[in-house]
Every structure is written in structure tokens, then in C-alpha cells.
Ligand binder design. Structure first.
Ligand SMILES: [Zn+2]
Length: 223
């Protein structure tokens, strides 16, 4: 019997869950669309680079209802974009994905997608709690300007603590879009009009996506 998302309880599930899924994929997805997959196997032409959070609830193909072959995806904690570096002197996964998507796959769009209840964004304020996660702590430095901005707003009583999470998650998207615009090859293509950069905010429990409007400086719900 086919599982529904509601069957997925929080109790530990043994790895057979994954093998059942593989058999289910073959029978119910692959076989009915075999020709599509055979053609897909020959090449990919993704139109969009999707930079999202590794959070298990953020599923790029699901929320955009796109097919395999459409999205070139990189996900990391808190959907961060590393600062531009000219020289390749270390192993930078996200940076190489961006480079490959833009300069090799020639994508037309880049989406930076943040989301509600983001553990990575929350961890910006949990130095003690993430003491045992040194790589995560280091990685989150890429969002430190956002933390400073939000803390300033709290200090000036412009927002309260309850609003902190959503504001951090949203400002983080804007910050990471700004990081992208520091990449010379991205800036060039945006100026030419051959590349569109978007910042999204996915509200998980409402099933809504908000797109950042640069002119209005706010997120507008996609209807
Ligand atoms: Zn997240």
C-alpha cells in the first residue's frame, strides 16, 4: 500500500522505509514515465539554480511542482551563500555549485529560498547550544550581519522577541542575495538581463511562498 506523508510518524523508522520507497518509485513513477526518464538520462538543461536550506521539510521540487531536470539544487544549513572568492584554494561545495550552474549550465534564474522555523537561523542566537557543532557555528558566520541587524532592531524596541525568528529568516534571504551579487560573473549576467535573482520565503505550515520585491523592500505572497 502506498504511504502517504501522514503515515510518516516521528518514531524511528528502519531503513526499509527507504527501500520500500525505491520500489515504489520504480513501479509508480518510473514505469509510467519511462520515455521521459530515458530522454532525461541523456542530458540536463536546468533553468533554475535553487539555493535552499537542508531542512528536511523544504523540498524544492515539491513546492515549485517542477520535474527532474528543471532545478539545479544546492541545500545547506540556513540557505547561505559564501562570500565570493577568486581563488579556488579550498573545498567549497556551495560556491562550486553556483559557478557550475551559472557558467556551465547557463541557468536563467537563481532562487535563494529561506523558510519558517529555520533551525539554522535560530542557531545564530544559540552560541552555547551549538558549542559542540564547530562546523555549523563557523558556517553560520555567513549570516552574522543579519544577526547584528536584528539585534539592533530589538535593542531599539522596533520588534519583539517573537518576531525575531521570521525577521531573521527573511533578512537572511536578502543578505544571501546580496552575497550572490558580489560574484562578478553573476553581476555581469544580471546587468545583461540574462539572469534573474530571486529571494523567497517559504512558510511551511501555511504552504505559502513569498517573493522579495527589491523596490518595495518586502516579501510579497505569490498567488
Ligand atoms: Zn532552515
Amino acid at each position: 500500500m502506498k504511504k502517504t506523508p501522514e503515515d510518516n510518524s516521528s518514531t524511528p523508522i528502519d531503513y526499509n522505509r527507504l527501500f520500500e520507497g525505491i520500489r515504489d518509485f520504480k513501479a509508480n513513477e518510473f514505469i509510467p514515465r519511462q520515455q521521459f526518464f530515458e530522454e532525461l538520462g541523456q542530458q540536463q538543461k536546468p533553468h533554475t539554480l535553487f539555493i535552499g536550506c537542508s531542512d528536511s521539510r523544504v523540498v524544492p521540487h515539491l513546492i515549485t511542482q517542477t520535474f527532474p531536470g528543471e532545478l539545479f539544487v544546492v541545500r545547506n544549513i540556513a540557505n547561505l551563500v559564501p562570500f565570493y572568492k577568486k581563488h579556488a584554494d579550498t573545498y567549497l561545495a556551495t560556491t562550486s555549485v553556483i559557478e557550475y550552474a551559472v557558467n556551465q549550465m547557463n541557468v536563467s534564474n537563481i532562487v535563494v529560498c529561506g523558510h519558517s522555523n529555520c533551525g539554522g537561523c535560530a542557531a545564530l542566537y544559540q552560541d552555547k547550544e551549538i558549542k559542540h557543532l564547530p562546523h555549523t557555528k563557523k558556517w553560520l558566520e555567513l549570516a552574522s550581519p543579519v544577526k547584528a541587524l536584528v539585534e539592533e532592531k530589538i535593542a531599539k524596541n522596533k520588534i519583539n522577541l517573537e518576531e525575531r525568528s521570521a525577521l531573521t529568516e527573511k533578512l537572511n534571504v536578502v543578505e544571501q542575495v546580496n552575497h550572490l551579487m558580489k560574484y562578478p560573473y553573476i553581476r555581469k549576467r544580471v546587468k545583461e538581463g540574462t539572469l534573474t535573482i530571486m529571494g523567497w520565503y517559504y512558510h511551511i505550515d501555511k504552504g505559502e511562498i513569498y517573493n522579495y520585491d527589491k523596490k518595495l523592500k518586502r516579501f510579497i505572497r505569490v498567488d
